[in-house]
Design a protein around this ligand. Structure first.
Ligand SMILES: Nc1ncnc2c1ncn2[C@@H]1O[C@H](COP(=O)(O)OP(=O)(O)OP(=O)(O)O)[C@@H](O)[C@H]1O
Length: 322
């Protein structure tokens, strides 16, 4: 004769720790399981496994499974720049990897329609995201970061003339994907202040924005414009990062300043924003990025600046969550 004990014993060992209660009355088994932290597809799989295992117990005519899921409080940080080519994608990928190493559950959305490069940076194996119905399931990079990119949504090598509504739809599909336990999504925005930025600000309200600039005046003027867009939308600017600040010669180690020095820190202060740090221009950063090995993934010299900036971002997130 079935009872709660025989039903409990029928539940596979790997699922058992998630079970919160088992009841059995008149042939109906009711199981409550904790699906907190599981994505939608893993939760659906858990439900099926429970239904199969418990349904096979003699005397059980119906299985009712209730999954408890504590909703992950997910926050969005937009990474923006005024100009293209200043290292926004490189910074986004390295911040994500460094934050994952700090134990954060991180996802990256590559919304840079003009030059989506997160796949090259984080997933050189070029996995294709799966979909369940209309819901995309991000790919898992080898660095513990989940990833969705505009580049995964179009066929390899094909240029696409994105129109406003298409961009909005693609961005929405990525933002509303099955991010599972990710508590933080870093969004690599296209440079400037166009459609993607507006959709992002209006529809998804990031918790904050990190702005990247190179040190020269022209780039800083554009960065100021990008910061102003966030300010107008009441999105807090976490701070400004100066990239390609000082060139370290790979041969002699001498530091020179092809784009000037310290401009971003002065500009950040003038605009009343925090300065998050400076990343030197170094050949090794470009080479490792091109081969899908973000410097922040290991303890080498090139990763240090990214890891320090990530720690500041983590502190900001903790302080603003309080
Ligand atoms: N600190 C750095 N040292 C050396 N190379 C760098 C550094 N930062 C970025 N790069 C290189 O500069 C190029 C542009 O960087 P990245 O793609 O990150 O810029 P972006 O602002 O995202 O550009 P886009 O607007 O095209 O998306 C890449 O080849 C990258 O590897």
């Amino acid at each position: 004769m079935s009872n709660t004990d025989t039903i409990t014993k029928a539940i596979p060992a790997q699922i058992a720790p998630m079970i919160r209660s088992v009841k059995f009355t008149d042939g109906v088994a009711t199981i409550i399981a904790d699906a907190g932290g599981l994505g939608r597809s893993a939760a659906a799989h858990l439900q099926k496994e429970l239904e199969a295992a418990v349904g096979a117990v003699e005397g059980v005519s119906e299985v009712r499974v209730a999954l408890m899921a504590d909703k992950v409080k997910r926050r969005i940080i937009a990474v923006g720049s005024g100009k293209g080519g200043v290292g926004k994608s490189t910074l986004t990928a390295n911040l994500a990897v460094a934050l994952a190493r700090l134990g954060r559950k991180v996802g990256v959305v590559d919304a840079d329609i003009y030059g989506p490069s997160q796949v090259m940076l984080l997933d050189p194996a070029r996995q294709r995201p799966k979909a369940e119905g209309n819901t995309l399931i991000p790919v898992e990079s080898e660095f513990g970061v989940k990833l969705l990119s505009m580049a995964q949504l179009v066929e390899g090598g094909k240029a696409i003339a994105w129109r406003g509504p298409m961009v909005g739809q693609a961005l929405t599909q990525m933002m509303e994907a099955d991010w599972g336990d990710a508590e933080l999504i870093l969004v690599d925005l296209p440079p400037g202040t166009g459609d993607v930025q507006l959709t992002m600000l209006q529809k998804f309200k990031p918790a904050g924005a990190v702005i990247v600039s190179t040190p020269q005046d022209l780039a800083l003027i554009d960065a100021a414009r990008a910061m102003d867009l966030f300010r107008q939308s009441e999105i807090p600017v976490v701070g400004l990062v100066e990239n390609m600040a000082g060139y370290i010669c790979p041969h002699c180690g001498e530091l020179s300043d092809p784009f000037g020095a310290g401009g971003a820190e002065v500009a950040a202060q003038a605009m009343g924003h925090d300065f998050l740090g400076r990343v030197p221009l170094h050949m090794a950063i470009r080479v490792s990025s091109d081969t899908g090995q973000p410097p922040a993934a290991n303890d080498g010299e090139q990763g240090k600046a990214f890891i320090e900036i990530a720690a500041k971002l983590a502190a900001w997130l903790d302080a603003s969550a309080a």
